[in-house]
Write a protein that binds this ligand. Structure first.
Ligand code: G3P
Ligand code: CA
Length: 321
């Protein structure tokens, strides 16, 4: 799949329009001609890869109603404590805050859902079917979520994902599959243990988010850190504010040197997350945001909750041959 413009990755599907990671959101992303459709993956207690952003279930499903006594002592419902048969009893809904209100109030209503939590294999079958029935080819962009957490629970997440990709015939489709993780160890495992030929993307978070264990993302963004990333990965997935650091006193955009230093090392750059309803400070429109990243920063793709709008803008602003 040769795409001569920045690629558009439908972030959790067309999640600006339908509840994240549901099959309807993935079908819509395909209909909106996303180049790639993202899967965040965690495991069930019986080791089945499912498509879910969090290691917990309560923010996006009705687990607390269906299994009210299955929370751990911290009050959270961990996906890894539920078998696939139990996961299949849940309905997914638009993301909610702990108080029950919608995280994105202008999006799809946060009512109990019309569909459930898909397995990775089911989602691949959906995309493969749509690739056959429509005149559009969408690829997979698979993130392994919290591999170290899964390892502590006795489960091998990268290994389970590779098994699904092999069984479904996608493990060698280098033009149609990216693998991504915040954890260098997971990517190294994929490259050196599983010897995958698929392109690997090192996601970069902020240390302050405190979500990825012992990974030092400040060090990762240094020259030495990027040198190390370039040894095992094909690209980086930085938070967009790591490339654009807000307006200066004159209101002009301040750009960091991360994009330049990544390009010098031959790394692709796929920043996250482009949201029309949650623009960064100093940015007045979705169009302005894309112009900045496509023209000034020359990124290679973006994760977008609104893949139709991002695709149109990638065609407007791409300066590639
Ligand atoms: O994987 C890229 C982007 O999705 C990272 O953020 O938290 O939405 O998985 P998150
Ligand atoms: Ca993700």
């Amino acid at each position: 799949m040769a795409i001569e413009r920045p690629i558009i990755i439908a972030h959790r599907g067309a999640s600006g329009y339908l509840p994240e990671h549901t099959l309807p959101a993935k079908a819509l992303a395909h209909a909106l001609k996303a180049d790639f459709i993202e899967q965040d993956v965690v495991l069930t207690s019986d080791g089945v890869p499912i498509v879910l952003h969090d290691i917990h279930l309560e923010s996006t499903t009705n687990v607390a109603s269906v299994f009210p006594r299955r929370a751990r002592d911290d009050g959270r419902f961990y996906a890894i404590d539920f078998s696939l048969a139990e996961i299949r009893q849940l309905r997914a809904h638009e993301r909610r805050k702990p108080d029950g209100t919608a995280v994105f109030p202008t999006r799809f209503p946060a009512i109990d859902g019309l569909s459930g939590v898909p397995t990775l294999a089911e989602e691949i079958a959906l995309i493969e079917g749509l690739n056959q029935s429509r005149e559009h080819q969408a690829g997979l962009y698979v993130e392994m979520k919290a591999s170290a957490f899964h390892r502590n629970e006795g489960q091998d997440l990268p290994g389970a994902v590779m098994t699904v990709l092999k069984d479904s015939g996608w493990a060698n489709r280098t033009d149609l599959v990216f693998l991504q993780s915040f954890e260098p160890e997971a990517l190294r495992q994929l490259k050196y243990e599983h010897k995958t030929v698929l392109p690997l993307i090192q996601l970069i978070a902020e240390n302050a988010w405190d979500e990825n264990g012992s990974v030092d993302f400040d060090a990762m963004r240094s020259d030495a850190g990027l040198d190390a990333v370039a040894e095992y990965a094909d690209g980086i997935g930085p938070w967009l504010m790591q490339l654009y650091s807000g307006p200066n006193d004159e209101g002009e955009a301040r750009l960091t040197d991360l994009a330049r230093r990544a390009k010098e090392r031959g790394l692709l750059i796929h920043p996250y997350t482009f949201r029309a309803d949650q623009l960064p400070p100093g940015i007045d429109s979705f169009e302005e945001l894309h112009r900045l990243f496509f023209e000034d920063l020359q990124v290679d793709g973006v994760f977008s909750d609104f893949p139709d709008q991002s695709r149109t803008l990638s065609e407007c602003f791409s300066t590639r041959p």
